[in-house]
Design a protein around this ligand. Structure first.
Ligand code: DQA
Length: 151
């Protein structure tokens, strides 16, 4: 059985996890999160390729180049609420993706309730802390198995 190939994208300011508003986003930095997730992925026969960028066009270009991946997990961060470019990039490729937010975007400022991606995503996880990445991974893999991709 070949490995599940998962692309994990993190948007602006998530490079500052652990330092940034730790009351909201927790104390773990992005490398801690990746270490935990990659270990869990290993046990699920999945490989995670990660890109964090503060630049919208870099994320857009990575989405364009995602043909070799089975599933995308993205925390678009602030671009969630602003980026028609990310929305159009996802509409241009036919790749399933799950939107993750560490915080509960519905329990914060009004402008965070609007996502340009949620309605075209294959699911949204919001407010589960960094565990949300794990639940997204688990769901992506379950769906790939159910769809018989690797049987
Ligand atoms: C976030 C929520 C966004 O509103 C915010 O701009 C972020 C992080 C989250 O993970 O909770 O940068 O996506």
């Amino acid at each position: 059985m070949s490995q599940f190939n998962i692309l994990l994208l993190n948007g602006p300011n998530l490079n500052l996890l652990g330092k940034r508003e730790s009351n909201i986003y927790g104390n773990k930095n992005l490398n801690d999160v990746l270490d935990i997730l990659k270990k869990k992925a290993n046990k699920m026969n999945a490989k995670i390729t990660h890109l964090q960028s503060n630049a919208e066009h870099i994320l857009v270009e990575k989405i364009h180049q995602s043909q070799d991946f089975d599933y995308i997990i993205i925390n678009p961060a602030a671009f969630t609420h602003t980026s028609i470019a990310l929305r159009d990039a996802f509409l241009s490729i036919k790749k399933p993706f799950i939107e993750v937010h560490i915080s509960n975007i519905y329990a914060r400022e009004k402008f965070r309730k609007k996502s340009f991606l949620s309605d075209i995503s294959n699911g949204v996880i919001s407010g589960f802390g960094i565990e949300g990445y794990y639940w997204a991974l688990k769901t992506a893999i379950n769906r790939l198995i159910i769809n018989n991709k690797y049987n």
